[in-house]
Design a protein around this ligand. Structure first.
Ligand SMILES: Cc1cc2nc3c(=O)[nH]c(=O)nc-3n(C[C@H](O)[C@H](O)[C@H](O)COP(=O)(O)OP(=O)(O)OC[C@H]3O[C@@H](n4cnc5c(N)ncnc54)[C@H](O)[C@@H]3O)c2cc1C
Length: 320
């Protein structure tokens, strides 16, 4: 979701003071975003606010919208990069009150499907672990995908031919005026690595959770499938390296990794950013890469792949 299209005001001195007197919780000023994203690079956010409950979130969003202040919610930062110049707005993190997992009905194992509500702040791995313990199937594709439930919904995260949107019944959100809604497929559209709304009034909303449609399954098989997925990732991906996963989206009918490898770009470096030798669609931070290094490398990859194949690679990573 593109969140900051219409909210253009950065946090100058006056607005910092206004935020400090409006918000009664803590604010981290000039937050170093490298600490909050898996690429371990990027500039500072003018302010970071952790919101712990829905009432607080509605109040904050309403105020930020009224002040026309630029803002962005992040999950676990596994698919974002903040530019070296920084993000001149408010970064919102969903805290404790958004981490609950609650079945909508008793899990007797007798029904064909179960609806389970998960808060956007839960880690995707934590939610998957909960499903495994309950013997619920449907989310195994998520094994090894870092991030939060909110991030997985907004990115329509997926792997092995499956996507988050396929198991989402309802998306719960707070709109830019602070109103709470639960929306189904008549309003929410999932596409490749994106979620959008059919109605403009929901643009720039913050996802607070989702209701997932799962089925009772064989716990041993569920564990086995998760292990297989994790093992396959370890084999193909640069485990342990700082990255954001696949940097570019796959173009229709092809794979970004294949195109980058065919252009001979594995191992290409800009500063301490490098195209992984193991998986060509991973840009890894070798240690002290800056967001500028990463972006310069990404642009070089785009232009050399275009020269070679005529295909323009679009970043999957969201740039703030
Ligand atoms: C090693 C590695 C492997 C990966 N493998 C995969 C994979 O196989 N498949 C895949 O799809 N992805 C993969 N990813 C990318 C990433 O893990 C997913 O996109 C993940 O779902 C992002 O979740 P997050 O909480 O980290 O979101 P963030 O990176 O924090 O945010 C991503 C975007 O979502 C928005 N957002 C986040 N939360 C909310 C919210 N509550 N409301 C509104 N907007 C929100 C942010 O503003 C941002 O635009 C991988 C990443 C890494 C590092």
């Amino acid at each position: 979701m593109a969140e900051s299209k219409t909210q253009q005001r950065g946090l100058g001195k006056e607005l910092r003071e206004a935020l400090a007197s409006f918000w009664d919780g803590s604010v981290r000023w000039d937050a170093p975003m490298a600490e909050y994203c898996t690429l371990r690079a990027g500039g500072r956010a003018a302010a970071m606010v952790v919101v712990d409950d829905q009432a607080g979130l509605s109040r904050l969003i309403k105020w930020l919208t009224a002040q026309d202040i630029r803002r962005r919610v992040i999950g676990r930062g596994s698919n974002i990069l903040v530019s070296s110049r920084g993000f001149d707005g408010v970064v919102i993190v969903l805290g404790r009150g958004f981490c609950e997992i609650k079945p909508e009905q008793a899990l007797t194992g007798e029904a064909e499907k179960y609806l389970v509500r998960a808060g956007a702040g839960c880690s995707a791995a934590g939610f998957l672990g909960w499903c495994v313990r309950q013997g619920l199937t449907g989310l195994e594709f998520m094994a090894g995908i870092p991030g939060s439930v909110g991030g997985a919904v907004c990115m329509n995260a997926g792997a092995w031919g499956k996507e988050t949107g396929q198991v989402v019944e309802t998306v719960c959100l707070v709109d830019r005026r602070g109103g709470y809604h639960e929306l189904g497929e008549d309003t929410v559209v999932f596409a490749y690595r994106s979620m959008q709304f059919k109605k403009p009034e929901y643009e720039q909303s913050i996802v607070t959770g989702a209701v997932f449609r799962l089925r009772p399954g064989n716990q041993r098989q569920i564990i086995e499938t998760c292990r297989r997925h994790v093992a396959a990732r370890k084999e193909k991906q640069p485990a342990g390296a700082a990255s954001a996963g696949s940097f570019f989206k796959n173009p229709p009918g092809d794979s970004a990794g294949r195109l980058i490898e065919a252009a001979g770009l594995k191992g290409l470096r800009r500063g301490e950013a490098m195209v992984s030798e193991k998986h060509a669609n991973f840009i890894v931070n070798m240690g002290n890469a800056t967001a500028d290094d990463i972006m310069a490398l990404a642009r070089e990859v785009q232009s050399r792949v275009f020269e070679q194949s005529g295909i323009h690679l679009e970043p999957e990573v969201h740039l703030l």
